[in-house]
Design a binder for this molecule. Structure first.
Ligand SMILES: [Cu+2]
Length: 511
Protein backbone atom coordinates (compact mmCIF):
# COMPACT_ATOMS: atom_id res chain seq x y z
CA UNK A 1 0.00 0.00 0.00
CA UNK A 2 0.88 3.69 -0.28
CA UNK A 3 4.18 4.27 1.49
CA UNK A 4 3.87 7.91 2.51
CA UNK A 5 2.87 8.59 6.12
CA UNK A 6 1.37 12.05 6.64
CA UNK A 7 2.00 13.73 9.97
CA UNK A 8 -0.22 16.81 9.99
CA UNK A 9 -3.91 17.62 10.44
CA UNK A 10 -4.10 19.47 7.08
CA UNK A 11 -6.53 22.14 8.39
CA UNK A 12 -5.39 25.75 9.12
CA UNK A 13 -3.97 25.87 12.62
CA UNK A 14 -5.08 29.50 13.35
CA UNK A 15 -8.70 28.38 12.81
CA UNK A 16 -8.68 25.45 15.26
CA UNK A 17 -11.46 25.70 17.81
CA UNK A 18 -8.82 25.94 20.55
CA UNK A 19 -8.37 29.59 19.51
CA UNK A 20 -12.07 30.37 19.95
CA UNK A 21 -12.68 32.69 22.93
CA UNK A 22 -15.38 30.37 24.25
CA UNK A 23 -13.31 27.21 23.82
CA UNK A 24 -13.85 24.63 26.55
CA UNK A 25 -10.69 22.53 26.83
CA UNK A 26 -11.04 18.81 27.40
CA UNK A 27 -10.02 17.69 30.88
CA UNK A 28 -9.01 14.15 31.77
CA UNK A 29 -11.88 12.81 33.92
CA UNK A 30 -11.00 11.80 37.49
CA UNK A 31 -13.25 8.73 37.44
CA UNK A 32 -12.13 5.14 37.19
CA UNK A 33 -11.80 3.69 33.72
CA UNK A 34 -14.78 2.02 32.10
CA UNK A 35 -15.10 -0.61 29.42
CA UNK A 36 -16.08 1.12 26.18
CA UNK A 37 -19.76 0.65 25.40
CA UNK A 38 -20.12 -0.85 21.94
CA UNK A 39 -23.71 -0.30 20.82
CA UNK A 40 -25.62 -3.50 20.13
CA UNK A 41 -26.83 -4.08 16.59
CA UNK A 42 -30.50 -3.19 16.27
CA UNK A 43 -32.50 -6.40 15.68
CA UNK A 44 -34.74 -6.20 12.62
CA UNK A 45 -38.44 -6.87 13.20
CA UNK A 46 -38.23 -9.02 10.10
CA UNK A 47 -35.48 -9.72 7.58
CA UNK A 48 -35.78 -11.43 4.20
CA UNK A 49 -33.44 -11.73 1.21
CA UNK A 50 -34.85 -8.50 -0.21
CA UNK A 51 -36.43 -6.54 2.64
CA UNK A 52 -35.49 -5.46 6.17
CA UNK A 53 -37.98 -4.10 8.71
CA UNK A 54 -36.97 -2.04 11.74
CA UNK A 55 -38.64 -0.10 14.51
CA UNK A 56 -36.58 2.88 15.60
CA UNK A 57 -37.89 4.37 18.83
CA UNK A 58 -36.72 7.70 20.23
CA UNK A 59 -37.04 7.48 23.98
CA UNK A 60 -36.09 9.18 27.23
CA UNK A 61 -34.25 7.24 29.91
CA UNK A 62 -31.47 7.27 32.45
CA UNK A 63 -27.91 6.09 31.97
CA UNK A 64 -25.13 5.30 34.42
CA UNK A 65 -22.47 7.48 32.81
CA UNK A 66 -20.62 8.54 35.98
CA UNK A 67 -20.58 6.89 39.42
CA UNK A 68 -23.48 8.06 41.58
CA UNK A 69 -26.67 9.48 40.13
CA UNK A 70 -27.73 8.33 36.69
CA UNK A 71 -27.84 10.95 33.95
CA UNK A 72 -31.18 11.72 32.25
CA UNK A 73 -30.52 10.90 28.61
CA UNK A 74 -32.28 10.31 25.30
CA UNK A 75 -31.56 7.62 22.76
CA UNK A 76 -32.77 5.39 19.96
CA UNK A 77 -33.95 1.98 21.20
CA UNK A 78 -31.74 2.47 24.25
CA UNK A 79 -31.37 5.16 26.89
CA UNK A 80 -28.34 6.93 25.36
CA UNK A 81 -27.25 7.35 21.70
CA UNK A 82 -28.59 4.30 19.87
CA UNK A 83 -28.23 0.75 18.76
CA UNK A 84 -26.28 0.43 15.52
CA UNK A 85 -28.54 0.12 12.49
CA UNK A 86 -27.38 -2.09 9.63
CA UNK A 87 -28.47 -1.60 6.01
CA UNK A 88 -27.51 -3.82 3.12
CA UNK A 89 -27.05 -2.27 -0.29
CA UNK A 90 -29.79 -3.33 -2.71
CA UNK A 91 -32.36 -4.10 -0.05
CA UNK A 92 -35.67 -2.35 0.61
CA UNK A 93 -35.77 -0.93 4.12
CA UNK A 94 -39.03 -0.35 6.02
CA UNK A 95 -38.84 1.60 9.26
CA UNK A 96 -41.42 2.52 11.86
CA UNK A 97 -40.25 5.77 13.44
CA UNK A 98 -41.71 5.87 16.92
CA UNK A 99 -41.52 8.95 19.09
CA UNK A 100 -41.80 8.15 22.80
CA UNK A 101 -40.20 11.45 23.83
CA UNK A 102 -42.18 14.25 25.48
CA UNK A 103 -41.62 16.51 22.44
CA UNK A 104 -41.59 16.35 18.65
CA UNK A 105 -38.49 15.11 16.92
CA UNK A 106 -37.36 14.08 13.44
CA UNK A 107 -35.29 11.11 12.31
CA UNK A 108 -32.57 12.35 9.94
CA UNK A 109 -30.46 9.80 8.09
CA UNK A 110 -27.19 11.69 7.78
CA UNK A 111 -25.36 10.63 4.62
CA UNK A 112 -28.10 8.41 3.24
CA UNK A 113 -29.13 8.97 -0.38
CA UNK A 114 -32.91 8.93 -0.02
CA UNK A 115 -35.70 11.22 -1.25
CA UNK A 116 -36.23 14.51 0.59
CA UNK A 117 -37.67 15.99 2.64
CA UNK A 118 -39.76 13.33 4.44
CA UNK A 119 -37.68 10.13 4.21
CA UNK A 120 -34.51 12.18 4.71
CA UNK A 121 -35.98 13.31 8.02
CA UNK A 122 -34.97 16.96 8.18
CA UNK A 123 -37.11 19.67 9.78
CA UNK A 124 -40.08 19.01 7.48
CA UNK A 125 -40.68 15.50 8.81
CA UNK A 126 -41.83 15.93 12.42
CA UNK A 127 -42.97 12.93 14.42
CA UNK A 128 -45.08 14.13 17.33
CA UNK A 129 -44.96 12.58 20.82
CA UNK A 130 -46.77 9.26 20.93
CA UNK A 131 -46.87 9.08 17.14
CA UNK A 132 -45.32 6.49 14.80
CA UNK A 133 -44.53 7.33 11.18
CA UNK A 134 -43.36 4.91 8.54
CA UNK A 135 -40.71 5.27 5.85
CA UNK A 136 -39.57 2.95 3.05
CA UNK A 137 -36.50 3.31 0.90
CA UNK A 138 -34.03 1.30 -1.13
CA UNK A 139 -30.35 1.30 -0.17
CA UNK A 140 -28.55 2.33 -3.35
CA UNK A 141 -25.19 3.54 -2.09
CA UNK A 142 -21.93 1.79 -1.26
CA UNK A 143 -20.77 0.52 2.13
CA UNK A 144 -20.18 3.35 4.59
CA UNK A 145 -20.52 4.59 8.15
CA UNK A 146 -23.49 6.97 8.35
CA UNK A 147 -25.58 8.11 11.29
CA UNK A 148 -29.04 8.87 12.50
CA UNK A 149 -29.73 12.03 14.46
CA UNK A 150 -32.58 14.33 15.41
CA UNK A 151 -33.07 17.40 13.19
CA UNK A 152 -36.04 19.48 14.41
CA UNK A 153 -34.52 22.94 13.85
CA UNK A 154 -34.11 25.10 15.85
CA UNK A 155 -33.88 22.38 18.51
CA UNK A 156 -31.55 19.99 16.70
CA UNK A 157 -28.57 20.88 18.89
CA UNK A 158 -30.42 20.38 22.16
CA UNK A 159 -31.87 17.02 21.08
CA UNK A 160 -28.52 15.71 19.88
CA UNK A 161 -26.99 16.96 23.16
CA UNK A 162 -29.64 14.89 25.01
CA UNK A 163 -28.27 11.84 23.17
CA UNK A 164 -30.19 11.41 19.92
CA UNK A 165 -27.42 10.07 17.69
CA UNK A 166 -26.88 6.50 16.49
CA UNK A 167 -24.39 4.80 14.16
CA UNK A 168 -25.65 3.44 10.85
CA UNK A 169 -23.57 0.96 8.86
CA UNK A 170 -24.16 0.23 5.17
CA UNK A 171 -22.71 -3.05 3.88
CA UNK A 172 -22.16 -4.21 0.33
CA UNK A 173 -20.49 -7.00 -1.65
CA UNK A 174 -17.53 -4.87 -2.71
CA UNK A 175 -16.54 -3.95 0.83
CA UNK A 176 -16.97 -7.59 1.85
CA UNK A 177 -14.15 -8.61 -0.52
CA UNK A 178 -11.60 -6.17 0.92
CA UNK A 179 -9.17 -7.35 3.61
CA UNK A 180 -10.69 -5.23 6.39
CA UNK A 181 -11.58 -6.30 9.91
CA UNK A 182 -15.39 -6.65 10.06
CA UNK A 183 -16.24 -8.71 13.13
CA UNK A 184 -18.59 -6.20 14.75
CA UNK A 185 -17.80 -5.50 18.38
CA UNK A 186 -14.53 -7.44 18.28
CA UNK A 187 -12.32 -5.81 15.64
CA UNK A 188 -14.80 -3.42 14.01
CA UNK A 189 -16.44 -0.82 16.25
CA UNK A 190 -18.15 2.54 15.98
CA UNK A 191 -16.37 5.27 17.96
CA UNK A 192 -18.77 8.17 18.54
CA UNK A 193 -16.81 11.18 19.78
CA UNK A 194 -18.76 13.61 21.98
CA UNK A 195 -18.17 15.91 24.92
CA UNK A 196 -20.40 16.94 27.80
CA UNK A 197 -20.43 19.01 30.95
CA UNK A 198 -21.83 17.21 33.98
CA UNK A 199 -23.69 19.49 36.40
CA UNK A 200 -25.15 18.73 39.82
CA UNK A 201 -26.23 15.10 40.28
CA UNK A 202 -24.46 14.19 37.02
CA UNK A 203 -27.08 15.94 34.88
CA UNK A 204 -26.64 17.79 31.58
CA UNK A 205 -27.96 21.33 31.35
CA UNK A 206 -28.04 22.47 27.73
CA UNK A 207 -29.30 25.99 28.41
CA UNK A 208 -26.71 26.60 31.14
CA UNK A 209 -23.92 25.58 28.73
CA UNK A 210 -25.39 27.34 25.68
CA UNK A 211 -22.98 29.10 23.34
CA UNK A 212 -24.22 30.26 19.93
CA UNK A 213 -20.88 29.13 18.45
CA UNK A 214 -21.50 25.61 19.67
CA UNK A 215 -21.96 23.91 23.01
CA UNK A 216 -18.99 22.04 24.46
CA UNK A 217 -18.18 20.23 27.65
CA UNK A 218 -14.83 19.42 29.26
CA UNK A 219 -15.45 15.66 29.49
CA UNK A 220 -14.92 13.43 26.48
CA UNK A 221 -17.65 10.83 26.11
CA UNK A 222 -16.99 8.01 23.64
CA UNK A 223 -20.01 5.88 22.69
CA UNK A 224 -21.55 7.30 25.86
CA UNK A 225 -18.63 6.06 28.00
CA UNK A 226 -16.44 8.37 30.09
CA UNK A 227 -12.78 7.36 30.45
CA UNK A 228 -13.17 4.27 28.26
CA UNK A 229 -10.87 1.42 27.40
CA UNK A 230 -11.22 -1.15 24.65
CA UNK A 231 -9.82 -4.69 24.83
CA UNK A 232 -7.73 -5.39 21.74
CA UNK A 233 -7.87 -9.11 20.92
CA UNK A 234 -6.88 -8.97 17.24
CA UNK A 235 -3.82 -7.47 15.61
CA UNK A 236 -5.84 -5.06 13.49
CA UNK A 237 -8.83 -3.08 14.72
CA UNK A 238 -11.17 -1.02 12.55
CA UNK A 239 -12.47 2.12 14.22
CA UNK A 240 -15.42 3.89 12.66
CA UNK A 241 -14.88 7.39 14.02
CA UNK A 242 -17.85 9.75 14.01
CA UNK A 243 -17.57 13.32 15.27
CA UNK A 244 -20.96 13.36 16.99
CA UNK A 245 -20.17 16.50 18.99
CA UNK A 246 -22.20 19.69 18.66
CA UNK A 247 -19.12 21.86 18.22
CA UNK A 248 -15.88 20.07 19.02
CA UNK A 249 -13.19 19.27 16.50
CA UNK A 250 -11.19 16.17 17.35
CA UNK A 251 -7.48 16.15 16.61
CA UNK A 252 -6.71 12.48 17.03
CA UNK A 253 -3.36 10.81 17.51
CA UNK A 254 -2.07 7.78 19.39
CA UNK A 255 0.73 7.32 21.89
CA UNK A 256 4.12 6.55 20.29
CA UNK A 257 2.81 8.46 17.26
CA UNK A 258 1.46 5.11 16.13
CA UNK A 259 0.54 5.44 12.45
CA UNK A 260 -2.94 4.36 11.34
CA UNK A 261 -4.64 3.97 8.01
CA UNK A 262 -7.84 5.63 6.86
CA UNK A 263 -9.85 3.35 4.59
CA UNK A 264 -13.16 5.22 4.35
CA UNK A 265 -14.54 8.75 4.58
CA UNK A 266 -18.15 9.90 5.15
CA UNK A 267 -19.71 8.19 2.16
CA UNK A 268 -17.68 5.04 1.71
CA UNK A 269 -14.36 3.35 1.01
CA UNK A 270 -11.53 5.60 -0.19
CA UNK A 271 -10.02 4.86 -3.61
CA UNK A 272 -6.66 4.44 -1.85
CA UNK A 273 -5.83 3.96 1.81
CA UNK A 274 -4.17 6.95 3.48
CA UNK A 275 -1.65 6.46 6.26
CA UNK A 276 -1.02 9.11 8.89
CA UNK A 277 -0.21 9.79 12.52
CA UNK A 278 -2.72 12.65 13.01
CA UNK A 279 -6.33 13.04 11.95
CA UNK A 280 -8.66 15.99 12.47
CA UNK A 281 -12.42 15.48 12.28
CA UNK A 282 -14.91 18.34 12.17
CA UNK A 283 -18.51 17.94 13.34
CA UNK A 284 -20.45 15.13 11.63
CA UNK A 285 -17.47 13.83 9.64
CA UNK A 286 -16.67 10.13 9.71
CA UNK A 287 -13.40 8.30 9.12
CA UNK A 288 -12.93 4.56 9.20
CA UNK A 289 -9.39 3.72 10.19
CA UNK A 290 -7.44 0.52 10.74
CA UNK A 291 -5.02 0.48 13.65
CA UNK A 292 -2.33 -2.22 13.57
CA UNK A 293 -1.11 -3.29 17.02
CA UNK A 294 1.58 -5.65 15.70
CA UNK A 295 4.38 -3.91 17.61
CA UNK A 296 2.63 -4.21 20.98
CA UNK A 297 2.94 -7.07 23.44
CA UNK A 298 0.08 -8.39 25.56
CA UNK A 299 -0.32 -6.19 28.64
CA UNK A 300 0.67 -2.97 26.88
CA UNK A 301 -1.60 0.02 26.50
CA UNK A 302 -2.04 2.42 23.62
CA UNK A 303 -3.67 5.80 24.29
CA UNK A 304 -5.78 7.84 21.90
CA UNK A 305 -5.51 11.59 22.39
CA UNK A 306 -7.37 14.62 21.14
CA UNK A 307 -4.87 17.47 21.19
CA UNK A 308 -2.93 16.62 24.40
CA UNK A 309 -5.77 15.04 26.35
CA UNK A 310 -6.06 11.24 26.60
CA UNK A 311 -9.61 10.24 25.59
CA UNK A 312 -9.48 6.44 25.26
CA UNK A 313 -7.18 3.50 25.99
CA UNK A 314 -6.58 0.31 24.05
CA UNK A 315 -5.53 -2.61 26.24
CA UNK A 316 -3.59 -5.06 24.15
CA UNK A 317 -4.20 -8.75 24.81
CA UNK A 318 -2.88 -11.90 23.17
CA UNK A 319 -3.77 -12.00 19.46
CA UNK A 320 -3.06 -14.21 16.44
CA UNK A 321 -0.49 -12.70 14.06
CA UNK A 322 -2.10 -11.16 10.99
CA UNK A 323 -0.02 -10.58 7.87
CA UNK A 324 -2.76 -9.04 5.74
CA UNK A 325 -1.57 -6.10 3.63
CA UNK A 326 -4.00 -3.54 2.30
CA UNK A 327 -3.94 -3.19 -1.49
CA UNK A 328 -2.83 0.17 -2.96
CA UNK A 329 -6.18 0.51 -4.67
CA UNK A 330 -9.37 -0.20 -2.76
CA UNK A 331 -12.39 0.83 -4.86
CA UNK A 332 -13.26 2.81 -7.98
CA UNK A 333 -15.01 6.10 -7.36
CA UNK A 334 -17.71 7.25 -9.75
CA UNK A 335 -16.57 10.69 -10.89
CA UNK A 336 -19.16 11.84 -13.44
CA UNK A 337 -18.56 14.73 -15.86
CA UNK A 338 -20.13 18.03 -14.89
CA UNK A 339 -23.28 18.70 -16.95
CA UNK A 340 -22.41 21.17 -19.75
CA UNK A 341 -23.80 24.67 -19.16
CA UNK A 342 -24.99 23.77 -15.69
CA UNK A 343 -24.91 26.71 -13.27
CA UNK A 344 -22.22 26.92 -10.59
CA UNK A 345 -23.69 27.36 -7.13
CA UNK A 346 -21.99 29.91 -4.87
CA UNK A 347 -22.56 29.41 -1.16
CA UNK A 348 -21.17 31.77 1.49
CA UNK A 349 -20.99 30.91 5.18
CA UNK A 350 -20.42 34.03 7.25
CA UNK A 351 -20.43 35.33 10.81
CA UNK A 352 -20.01 33.94 14.27
CA UNK A 353 -22.19 33.81 17.37
CA UNK A 354 -25.76 34.98 16.71
CA UNK A 355 -24.73 36.57 13.42
CA UNK A 356 -24.17 33.33 11.51
CA UNK A 357 -25.73 33.31 8.05
CA UNK A 358 -25.67 31.50 4.75
CA UNK A 359 -25.69 33.77 1.69
CA UNK A 360 -26.50 36.77 3.90
CA UNK A 361 -29.72 35.16 5.09
CA UNK A 362 -30.81 33.07 7.98
CA UNK A 363 -32.62 29.81 7.33
CA UNK A 364 -36.22 30.11 6.21
CA UNK A 365 -38.22 26.90 6.56
CA UNK A 366 -40.51 27.72 3.66
CA UNK A 367 -37.95 29.31 1.36
CA UNK A 368 -36.18 27.36 -1.39
CA UNK A 369 -32.72 28.91 -1.81
CA UNK A 370 -31.37 26.88 -4.69
CA UNK A 371 -32.44 24.33 -7.27
CA UNK A 372 -30.70 21.55 -9.14
CA UNK A 373 -32.13 19.33 -11.84
CA UNK A 374 -32.24 15.62 -11.06
CA UNK A 375 -29.54 13.91 -13.12
CA UNK A 376 -27.37 17.02 -13.38
CA UNK A 377 -23.85 17.04 -12.01
CA UNK A 378 -23.03 20.55 -10.81
CA UNK A 379 -20.24 22.45 -9.07
CA UNK A 380 -20.97 23.98 -5.67
CA UNK A 381 -18.37 26.53 -4.56
CA UNK A 382 -18.60 26.87 -0.80
CA UNK A 383 -16.87 29.85 0.78
CA UNK A 384 -16.16 30.58 4.43
CA UNK A 385 -15.68 34.35 4.75
CA UNK A 386 -15.34 34.21 8.49
CA UNK A 387 -12.02 35.81 9.45
CA UNK A 388 -12.85 37.21 12.89
CA UNK A 389 -9.93 36.48 15.26
CA UNK A 390 -8.44 33.79 13.01
CA UNK A 391 -11.91 32.66 12.03
CA UNK A 392 -13.27 29.17 12.45
CA UNK A 393 -13.69 26.05 10.38
CA UNK A 394 -17.31 25.55 9.32
CA UNK A 395 -18.15 21.92 8.53
CA UNK A 396 -20.43 22.21 5.47
CA UNK A 397 -23.00 19.41 5.09
CA UNK A 398 -25.51 18.60 2.36
CA UNK A 399 -28.46 16.26 2.78
CA UNK A 400 -29.38 13.65 0.20
CA UNK A 401 -26.03 13.35 -1.57
CA UNK A 402 -22.50 12.07 -1.35
CA UNK A 403 -20.35 14.64 -3.14
CA UNK A 404 -16.74 14.81 -4.28
CA UNK A 405 -14.31 17.45 -3.03
CA UNK A 406 -12.66 18.87 -6.15
CA UNK A 407 -10.41 21.60 -4.78
CA UNK A 408 -9.57 23.90 -1.88
CA UNK A 409 -8.84 27.43 -3.11
CA UNK A 410 -7.95 25.85 -6.45
CA UNK A 411 -5.50 23.38 -4.90
CA UNK A 412 -5.78 19.63 -4.42
CA UNK A 413 -8.09 18.55 -1.60
CA UNK A 414 -6.50 16.87 1.43
CA UNK A 415 -5.11 13.36 0.80
CA UNK A 416 -8.05 11.71 2.60
CA UNK A 417 -10.70 13.65 0.63
CA UNK A 418 -10.66 11.61 -2.57
CA UNK A 419 -13.72 9.55 -1.65
CA UNK A 420 -17.40 10.35 -1.19
CA UNK A 421 -18.23 12.91 1.46
CA UNK A 422 -21.30 14.64 2.82
CA UNK A 423 -19.53 16.99 5.22
CA UNK A 424 -16.39 19.01 4.54
CA UNK A 425 -14.53 21.37 6.86
CA UNK A 426 -14.07 24.75 5.15
CA UNK A 427 -11.22 26.91 6.48
CA UNK A 428 -11.66 30.69 6.91
CA UNK A 429 -10.97 32.52 3.65
CA UNK A 430 -11.30 29.32 1.69
CA UNK A 431 -13.54 28.25 -1.19
CA UNK A 432 -14.05 24.52 -1.48
CA UNK A 433 -15.34 23.31 -4.84
CA UNK A 434 -17.65 20.32 -4.69
CA UNK A 435 -19.08 18.17 -7.44
CA UNK A 436 -22.68 17.39 -6.49
CA UNK A 437 -25.38 15.18 -7.92
CA UNK A 438 -28.55 13.62 -6.55
CA UNK A 439 -30.23 10.25 -6.99
CA UNK A 440 -33.65 11.48 -5.87
CA UNK A 441 -35.82 14.57 -6.18
CA UNK A 442 -36.91 16.45 -3.10
CA UNK A 443 -36.21 19.34 -0.77
CA UNK A 444 -32.87 18.98 1.00
CA UNK A 445 -31.13 21.14 3.57
CA UNK A 446 -27.51 22.27 3.46
CA UNK A 447 -25.82 23.86 6.43
CA UNK A 448 -22.93 24.25 8.80
CA UNK A 449 -22.77 21.18 11.06
CA UNK A 450 -21.70 23.07 14.15
CA UNK A 451 -25.19 22.30 15.32
CA UNK A 452 -25.75 25.63 17.10
CA UNK A 453 -24.79 27.40 13.85
CA UNK A 454 -27.39 25.43 11.93
CA UNK A 455 -30.05 26.11 14.60
CA UNK A 456 -28.95 29.76 14.57
CA UNK A 457 -29.63 30.03 10.84
CA UNK A 458 -26.43 29.08 8.95
CA UNK A 459 -28.59 26.82 6.83
CA UNK A 460 -30.50 26.87 3.55
CA UNK A 461 -32.38 24.41 1.38
CA UNK A 462 -32.48 23.33 -2.21
CA UNK A 463 -35.05 21.61 -4.32
CA UNK A 464 -33.88 18.84 -6.60
CA UNK A 465 -36.34 18.91 -9.47
CA UNK A 466 -37.33 16.05 -11.73
CA UNK A 467 -38.91 17.90 -14.69
CA UNK A 468 -40.74 14.75 -15.79
CA UNK A 469 -42.36 14.28 -12.38
CA UNK A 470 -42.91 17.73 -10.86
CA UNK A 471 -43.88 17.56 -7.21
CA UNK A 472 -45.04 19.89 -4.50
CA UNK A 473 -43.96 19.44 -0.91
CA UNK A 474 -45.68 20.34 2.32
CA UNK A 475 -43.01 22.26 4.19
CA UNK A 476 -43.15 22.77 7.92
CA UNK A 477 -43.70 26.39 8.95
CA UNK A 478 -42.20 28.14 11.90
CA UNK A 479 -45.51 29.03 13.58
CA UNK A 480 -46.76 25.42 13.56
CA UNK A 481 -43.45 24.22 14.93
CA UNK A 482 -43.29 26.76 17.78
CA UNK A 483 -46.94 26.13 18.66
CA UNK A 484 -46.28 22.39 18.87
CA UNK A 485 -43.23 22.81 21.13
CA UNK A 486 -45.16 25.21 23.40
CA UNK A 487 -48.17 22.88 23.65
CA UNK A 488 -45.95 19.91 24.48
CA UNK A 489 -44.43 21.93 27.32
CA UNK A 490 -47.81 23.23 28.47
CA UNK A 491 -46.77 26.87 28.05
CA UNK A 492 -47.66 29.83 25.83
CA UNK A 493 -45.70 30.38 22.62
CA UNK A 494 -44.50 33.74 24.04
CA UNK A 495 -42.92 31.89 26.96
CA UNK A 496 -41.18 29.26 24.81
CA UNK A 497 -37.41 29.42 24.89
CA UNK A 498 -35.55 27.54 22.16
CA UNK A 499 -31.86 28.40 22.29
CA UNK A 500 -31.43 28.60 18.51
CA UNK A 501 -34.18 31.24 18.22
CA UNK A 502 -32.09 33.78 20.16
CA UNK A 503 -29.93 34.14 17.02
CA UNK A 504 -33.00 35.12 14.98
CA UNK A 505 -34.33 37.43 17.70
CA UNK A 506 -31.01 39.26 18.10
CA UNK A 507 -30.92 39.92 14.37
CA UNK A 508 -34.62 40.66 14.14
CA UNK A 509 -35.20 37.91 11.60
CA UNK A 510 -37.85 35.25 11.17
CA UNK A 511 -37.24 31.59 10.50
CU1 LIG B 1 -20.40 27.02 11.40
Amino acid sequence: MTKKTYTDYFFDEPAYNTHDGGYVPLVEPDTSENKLAVPELLKPDKDTATDTYYTVEALAGETQVLPGAKTKTWGYNTSLLGKTILFEKGKMIHIDLKNSLPELTTFHWHGLNVPGPYVDGGCHAPVYPGETKHIDFKVIQPAATLWLHAHPCPSTAEQVWHGLAAPVIVKDAEEAKLPFPRNYGVDDIPVVLQDRKFHEDNQWDYNADYDPDGVQGPTAMINGTVNPYFDVTTQRVRLRFLDGANRREWRLHFSDDLAFTQIASDGGILPEPVKFTHLMLTCAERAEVIVDFKDYKPGSEVTLYSDDVPIMKFKVHEFKPDSVELPDHLVDINNPEVTPDAPIHHIVMSGMDEEVMMDDKKFGMQRIDSTQQLGNVEYWDVTNTNDMAGGMVHPYHMHGTQFLVISRNGHEPYPNEHGYKDTVGVNPGETVRLKVWFDYAGVFMYHCHIIEHEDGGMMAQLEVIDPEHPQTYKLMDHHTLMKAFAEERGIKVEDLHLAGMTSYEKMNMDM
